[in-house]
Design a protein around this ligand. Structure first.
Ligand code: PLP
Ligand code: COI
Length: 345
């Protein structure tokens, strides 16, 4: 209750005009956790519906040692951003798509999930309660991490009896240490990120742990990130650790089709829609790794990653440099910016 009234104060009246920002060096934000004021949480009831939910001070949570997430990996993450527009409004980028994606992921992971409305309400409450952590316009965004996990206890392999939906946030700027410079990707030939029939197409928590070592190795060799190949043939590109990939070939934009092993990114979907509007031809299909050499530009997309240009691809120890004409990706990024600034509160 105390937290809820603080939210009221945060959103009400003229105070908003000269509200104070949190004590953050806004010019030097990267992508690391900054502790904000509040988080939102709600639990599922016996019938699978979720309670109303409440804000509490950001901090540690209590879990039963036999919780579904700790023992059997029943969990999903989402990633989204709140931006402060030039007019002071705080905007969310297509939050209903994140809510829908969590619902689809929950079905795959045999979990109960909050409704689209409850998801968006939880996210909005988190943003409003942490409004002072939303960076000034142009200085970054408040990255939001909605989590859904099995919090009910079970000893045998079984779906948890209770689920927790939790949202926290952290102000961020560039995801990659390269900032806005072009990325150097390493194509992993041995370890795939996902396999047919697996969970690559949803944002399961368990998708990320198995590639951490691959990422660590690539980063220790100076690469920005890893580009994975399909597990079936090892010939086609799939996606980067936390971003989708696109090739530009003349007036055609090519991206691997999301057929279960690739996450259907919301930035990916938006880029495809914008590219079609701009008159590009878009091909969603299998993309042989060799085809990267034919591309005039390569870029990757993601909430955290933004729209990031790729400068080189290393495959079988051979580094191919990509021409950095950057006009297509900059253009698409600009349209995403316009899209954000035309959103509703
Ligand atoms: N692929 C993976 C594996 C990701 O983790 C992400 C990030 O969410 C993406 C792609 C990009 O998805 P979105 O654009 O919805 O952030
Ligand atoms: C996102 O872009 O939201 C992601 O999930 C990437 C990540 C940091 C896992």
């Amino acid at each position: 209750k105390a937290a809820a009234s603080v939210v009221e104060e945060h959103v009400s009246g003229a105070e908003r005009e000269d509200e104070e920002y949190a004590d953050v060096d806004w010019d030097n934000l990267g992508f690391s956790l900054v502790r904000t004021d509040f988080m939102f949480a709600t639990k599922s009831c016996r019938d699978g519906n979720f309670e109303q939910g409440y804000l509490s001070r950001y901090g540690n949570i209590e879990l039963n040692p036999a919780a579904g997430i700790l023992n059997y990996g029943q969990g999903l993450i989402e990633g989204m951003k709140a931006y402060r527009g030039e007019d002071g409004r705080v905007l969310l980028f297509r939050p209903e798509l994140n809510a829908m994606r969590m619902k689809i992921g929950a079905e795959r992971m045999c979990m109960h999930s909050p409704s689209v409305h409850q998801f968006i309400e939880g996210v909005k409450q988190t943003v409003l309660a942490n409004r002072r952590w939303v960076p000034p316009p142009g200085k970054g965004s408040l990255y939001l991490r909605p989590l859904l996990f099995g919090s009910g206890a079970s000893l045998g392999v079984a779906a948890a009896s209770e689920y927790t939906f939790l949202v926290f946030g952290s102000p961020v700027q560039n995801y990659f240490k390269e900032g806005t410079a072009a990325l150097n990707l390493y194509v992993e030939e041995v370890i795939p990120r996902a396999y047919l029939g697996g969970t690559g197409g949803v944002k399961a928590i368990s998708n990320y742990g198995p590639v951490l070592e691959v990422m660590r190795r690539a980063k220790s060799r100076g690469f920005s990130d890893v580009l994975y190949l399909d597990a079936d043939t090892g010939k086609n590109i799939e996606e980067v650790s936390a971003a989708n990939i696109f090739l530009v070939k003349g007036n055609t934009i090519v991206t691997p089709a999301t057929s279960g092993t690739i996450l259907g990114g919301i930035t990916r979907k938006s880029i495809i829609e914008i590219a079609l509007d701009l008159g590009y031809k878009v091909e969603e299909r299998s993309v042989p790794v060799e085809e990267l050499k034919e591309a005039e530009e390569v870029f990757c997309t993601g909430t955290a990653a933004g729209v990031a240009s790729v400068g080189s691809i290393t495959f079988k120890n051979t580094r191919s440099l990509l021409p950095l004409w950057i006009h297509v990706y900059i253009c698409l990024e600009f349209y995403i910016y316009l899209l954000i600034n035309n959103l509703q509160d």
